[in-house]
Design a protein around this ligand. Structure first.
Ligand code: NAD
Ligand code: MG
Length: 352
């Protein structure tokens, strides 16, 4: 039997040869780049770069989709040169992933305002003209990106935003320094290490066995309803946060909490969405909406939700067609949970 097959190959590890999957090799490589500044600096020589301007990613329109261009080191140096910047600026980039072939991917923001002239914000429209693309608000581009690109851009934007907001040590007030990969910042005066943070958020799809509970905030597009979401309080377990958020927002007590999925969500800051299903006790279904948090909440039947899930078109199109219920886009974990609930309910009504 050959020791080489498909995505597996040999690597010397702990004094003996063993097979490592492509995934494990990638994970170990990324770990090395985060830990070792020299290795990361070397990876920047052959890596690819996603560009941002003031946290908006560079995108290129292609029909109804957006493509996400990446620049080689040589292309990036050429661009920086045209705007009077030297290649030192490349070290401001943050590591966001790598290919199966260990080509490292970085994100670099050339538009963030900085006190230093070396880190000057480069002019947006001139850069767009030079690059043949535009810097687009990530929220606006969401529906026109594929899931791989959106996930990568979510990570990149969150990391760039975190670095921009953590330039100073909260203890000493001194400037902090980014490591080469951008996986941490250190205060040189007291060696405090700061790591990028995410806020845990629970999102719960409550069911009474036949219907599911969806709610909307006044900031949502007209007609859009989603599952109940809320930030975890410090010291809280996920189950406690689910109980509390549902009680706070709609005045119900839930049971049978089941984890479904999770997602990193960059809006408005970096959140880790933890999606759960839960049920209310039979008969305990009367909603009391907390109007400080929500504009409305209601129970929806399987038929109403399944019909809304099948609807295609942008929110604007659906609003023009006066759709009675609009659901979150496919890439939101709320969509995934609602779909999961519809599938489960449809299976059990078929079996009945
Ligand atoms: N991806 C998805 O499917 C999906 C769906 C719904 C909501 N969300 C996200 O979930 C998040 C939380 O939902 P919500 O707004 O209903 O939360 P919420 O019900 O906890 O209410 C928000 C309020 O919580 C407080 N808060 C406590 N900790 C906070 C923190 N770390 N950051 C910001 N505010 C904090 C603030 O007062 C804020 O106004 C939102 O940011 C939203 O973007 C994602
Ligand atoms: Mg909420």
């Amino acid at each position: 039997m050959s020791l080489y097959c498909g995505t597996f190959f040999r690597r010397k590890s702990f004094g003996c040869y063993r097979l490592l999957s492509t995934y494990v090799t990638k994970a170990r490589y990324l770990f090395e780049l985060k830990e070792d500044d020299e290795a990361c600096r070397k990876a920047q020589q052959t890596g690819l770069f996603y560009l941002f301007h003031d946290l908006d990613p560079l995108l290129q329109e292609s029909g109804h989709r957006y493509l996400v261009p990446r620049l080689s080191r040589a292309e990036l140096e050429g661009l920086l040169g045209k705007f009077g910047q030297d290649s030192q600026r490349i070290e401001d980039s943050v590591l966001v992933g790598c290919s199966n072939e260990q080509e490292a991917w970085f994100a670099l923001d050339l538009g963030l305002k900085s006190a230093s002239s070396v880190r000057a914000s480069l002019p947006k429209s001139e850069m767009e003209a030079e690059l043949g693309g535009s810097f687009v608000k990530l929220r606006q581009a969401l529906l026109q990106l594929n899931s791989v690109d959106s996930s990568l851009l979510f990570t990149a934007q969150a990391l760039l935003r975190w670095h921009d907001g953590h330039q100073f040590c909260s203890k000493s007030g001194q400037p902090t320094q980014k490591n080469m990969a951008g996986s941490k910042r250190v205060c040189p005066s007291n060696n405090i290490i700061y790591y990028p943070q995410m806020a845990p958020v629970v999102i719960t799809l409550v069911s009474d066995g036949a219907r599911c509970l969806l709610a909307r905030q006044s900031s949502f597009p007209r007609g859009l309803y989603s599952a109940l979401a809320g930030f975890c309080d410090i010291g809280e377990r996920v189950e406690e946060a689910v109980h509390r958020e549902v009680a706070e927002e709609v005045g119900l007590e839930v049971e049978n909490i089941q984890y479904s999925a999770s997602q990193h969500w960059p809006f408005p800051n970096s959140s880790l969405m933890i999606a759960c299903h839960a049920t209310v006790k039979p008969g305990h279904t009367e909603i009391q909406v907390n109007l400080k948090e929500l504009e409305a909440a209601a129970w929806f039947s399987l038929d109403e939700v399944a019909t809304a899930l099948r609807r295609k078109g942008s929110f604007a199109q659906q609003q023009r067609e006066a759709s009675p219920l609009m659901l979150p886009p496919k890439l939101a974990v709320a969509h995934h949970m609602i779909k999961e609930w519809v599938e489960k309910q449809s299976r059990s009504s078929l079996a009945a």
